[in-house]
Every structure is written in C-alpha cells, then in structure tokens.
Design a protein. Structure first.
Length: 319
C-alpha cells in the first residue's frame, strides 16, 4: 500500500488547514465491504487522546453509511477533544456519514463530494410477514411514510375507517412489529440529527434545524439521492465550505490512493488472494493519522476442493 504518499498528502492538508487530520475510509469493496460500526470508537479514542485540546480536528471521511448511533457517539467523542471540528468529503459520505457531517461546524466539499438522505433501511426478523429469516427484505423508513402520504394526500383518504383499512392492508405485507420499528427508527433519526446540529447551532435556530432535518429525513425523492455541495449549501443550508481547485485536487488524490490501495473498484475474490495453503488476508478500511494507522482486516481460509470460504478473524488492528 502507498503509505508514504498518503502520509505526505495528509501532512500537506494538515499544514494548509492548520489542523490535525484523521482519515476514516470505510471501504465498500464488494465481498469485503465495511460500514460505520461501534468498534471504531476505541480506535478513534486512542488516536484522539494524543492531540491537544486546542487542536482543530479535520475528519476526512469516505463511507456509504452504517450504524446511526455510532455516528452520534463518534461526534460526541471528537468534541471531547476539540471545540473546532470539520468534516472534509473527497467523495461519498452517505446516510450515517451524512449524520456525522451534521455534527461538524464546517463541511468542506469539492465538486465530487456527495451527501445523502438519512433514512436507513431496517432488517429484522419481522421484515417479512412469515418471519422467513432467509428472505428478509429491507424496509426503508421513508417508503412506509411515503405510502401513508400517498394514501392521504394523493388518493385522498380522509375518514378514520378508510385510513384504518389502509393500515390493515399495509400490515398484510409489513409485519406490525416491523412497522413499529420503522416509526421508532424515524423518531430516533430525527432525535440524533437534532442533537448533532445543536452541537454547533443555537436553540434559537430551531426552525432552521427542523428544516434541515425535514429535508434529509422526508423530502428527498430517494434513499439513493446524491446531494451535491451546491444543494447542501444553498437549499439545505448546511455549513458548507467550497474548497478551491488546488485543495480539491489534494483531497481527491488522497481518496484515489485509498481507492487503489484497497482496490475499491475490484471485487475481492478469495481464489485470487489465497496463498498455497488457502489462507488470505485483506484490508478493507482504515483510520489513519500522521502518526498511526489502523486497518480493518479480514483473515480467512479457502478450501479449494469445495471452494468453501471461512472467515477466521476480522477487526481493527494497527498496521
């Protein structure tokens, strides 16, 4: 891996921004992808505790999402070590990655930077009516709310009886407990988003805060909708800073090095990676500063006779 060039770019960015830079690359390589999860918190703590309280912290973030509670916990942890927190987005910061951005007083975006709605999918034992554990379907929070809005606003259902019949029809396809989970998750997302925004906004800005939350949780047309820096700044009113072309080139080059190092565009194929004994090891993500690098490692074994793959170990370690 191209550690020297990565470190040189991190150093340049740190000097230009007069900040301490932490890179969190949540790799999305097919077959070995990782997502934001609670196991990052001790790793961040170990790296943050080496900083001074007055240090400005820049988080360079790449992720397609993950656990929403971890997003809140991470931002809370970062603010234990600084009063000046920014997120730099070379490319993608989706879903719970967007939530992390809501906690920053500055979001640095280039022309390739993307945020997303924060309406995650829910998968539980009740995601199918028959509780078929092998065929669970993800339930998108906003799909359920959109169905209810369709019935009320477009179809024109108004009476208690018609709305009750509509709800009963919905529960023919969505388990009632899964529907309850949708409601709870929707409320949780809004609560987390508000807590994150209040870390750098005032209670007097409640209308603006609620507008941001409403847009990101309800008003965008698709969970896969990509929010550009222009829309983030002008329409959603997030604290976005447009980076200049020179700085954009640096953060994009850094992302491309990570992309190449972790082969994000190439599916992981165990047969190609395994040694003569069938053992393989692959790094799928990284949390990195100038002084320390922690990678997320999958270790496993391939039985070539039947092509059976066993993951023996996975987790964060110093690299």
């Amino acid at each position: 891996m191209d550690n020297i060039n990565r470190i040189n770019l991190i150093k340049e960015i740190s000097e230009e921004r007069n900040s301490k830079v932490i890179c969190y690359i949540c790799g999305d390589r097919k077959n070995v992808s990782i997502r934001i999860a609670p196991d990052i918190i001790p790793i961040f703590y170990d790296q943050l505790k080496t900083l001074n309280k007055n240090d400005k912290i820049d988080l360079i973030l790449y992720t397609k999402g993950g656990d929403i509670l971890t997003a809140l916990r991470l931002v809370e942890l970062i603010y234990e070590f600084t009063d000046n927190f920014s997120v730099i987005i070379p490319y993608k910061a989706y879903s719970s990655g967007t939530l992390i951005c809501l906690g920053a007083s500055e979001i640095v975006m280039g022309r390739m930077s993307e945020l997303s709605p924060v309406d995650p999918n829910i998968i539980s034992p009740f995601s199918t009516k028959e509780n078929d554990l092998h065929n669970q379907l993800p339930i998108n929070v906003e799909d359920v709310y959109s169905f209810i809005s369709l019935a009320k606003d477009i179809v024109g259902l108004k009476t208690d009886e018609s709305l009750m019949n509509m709800f009963l029809e919905l529960t023919e396809y969505v388990h009632p407990l899964a529907a309850g989970s949708v409601y709870r998750t929707h409320a949780l997302i809004r609560s987390i988003a508000k807590k994150l925004l209040l870390m750098h906004m005032e209670y007097q800005d409640e209308y603006k805060i609620n507008e941001i939350i409403n847009i990101l949780t309800e008003r965008l047309p698709s969970h896969n909708y990509m929010i550009t820096r222009k829309e983030a700044k002008e329409d959603i009113k997030l604290p976005v800073t447009y980076c200049n072309q020179e700085f954009e080139k640096k953060i994009w080059n850094l992302y491309k090095i990570y992309e190449d190092d972790f082969k994000l565009n190439s599916p992981f194929i165990a047969e190609e990676a395994a040694d003569d004994n069938g053992n393989f090891s692959v790094c799928s993500g990284i949390i990195e500063t100038l002084n320390e690098s922690n990678g997320y490692i999958f270790e496993g074994n391939l039985e070539r006779s039947n092509m059976n793959i066993t993951i023996m170990n996975q987790g964060w370690r110093n690299i």
